[in-house]
Design a protein around this ligand. Structure first.
Ligand code: 4FV
Length: 229
């Protein structure tokens, strides 16, 4: 897979991309991640990328010119067409199903904005798909773009070693994951549930299922659908 990220702060991606699973996935050639600075595609001496909103109002808006020029440059960097995603609080929310869907793509092109957001003609003109990581406002789309990279790359074949697995992830079956325990059996008087020490895998699976259902009902009843509530 190839992931291109268009941003005004390419350096924000240095650290997350050079640690752990994301770093190893690039090392293994499972994914190529390229970050391009939109400001490198300005034409004026002030390298202007934002301007006042038509119709008035607070803040500034990202201008279409530099983003289109940057996009058209990035597009040519690889033959694959690429699924274009614009990170915005106005988009449908990212979830594990969407992450799995995106992990099927051969190329993603992520648009990370700043200020009040993008001129609307960027979404329309680049036929970009809006995605939100949650109902809160960030200072920029960079962290949201990184969330997409992280949640998608770990689903790519070979990205996760056997020390970490995606199959029992939360949401893999629409429920929250069951509680996990490891050594020591007794930590400051807090004991591991006996069932987990029983070796009876049937009973353990049953207990885990019940735990998943219980904590999903308590913490995320919305995941259980209308009739469960
Ligand atoms: C966001 C989100 C988000 C809005 C204005 C960047 C900010 C600024 N992106 N999910 N929530 N973006 O808050 O994706 O440009």
């Amino acid at each position: 897979m190839r992931i291109d990220i268009l941003t005004l702060f390419p350096e924000m991606f240095d650290s997350p991309l050079h640690h752990s699973i994301l770093h190893r996935a690039q090392e293994r050639g499972i994914v190529v991640v390229a970050v391009t600075n939109i400001r490198d595609f300005t034409t004026d001496k002030y390298r202007k990328v934002d301007d006042k909103p038509y119709g008035g109002g607070p803040g500034m808006v990202m201008m279409p010119g530099p983003v289109f020029d940057c996009f058209e440059h990035v597009e040519k960097l690889a033959p694959q067409r690429g699924r274009v995603i614009l990170l915005t609080p106005q988009g449908p929310r990212l979830d594990q199903a969407k992450a799995r869907e995106l992990a099927q793509e051969e190329r993603l092109i992520l648009l990370a904005g700043r200020y009040e957001g993008f001129d609307e003609r960027i979404r329309l003109g680049l036929d970009a798909e809006p995605i939100s990581i949650g109902d809160y406002v960030l200072n920029g789309g960079e962290l949201a773009a990184m969330v997409i990279v992280d949640s998608v790359v770990r689903l790519l074949p070979g990205a996760l070693g056997d020390e970490d697995s995606a199959q029992d992830d939360s949401f893999s079956d629409g429920l929250l994951e069951y509680p996990q325990y490891t050594r020591p059996e007794d930590f400051r008087g807090m004991k591991v549930p006996g069932i987990l020490l029983s070796g009876d895998h049937g009973k353990i699976a049953e207990w885990r299922r019940r735990q998943s259902l219980e904590r999903t009902a308590n913490w995320r009843p919305d995941l259980l659908g209308p009739d469960a509530r």
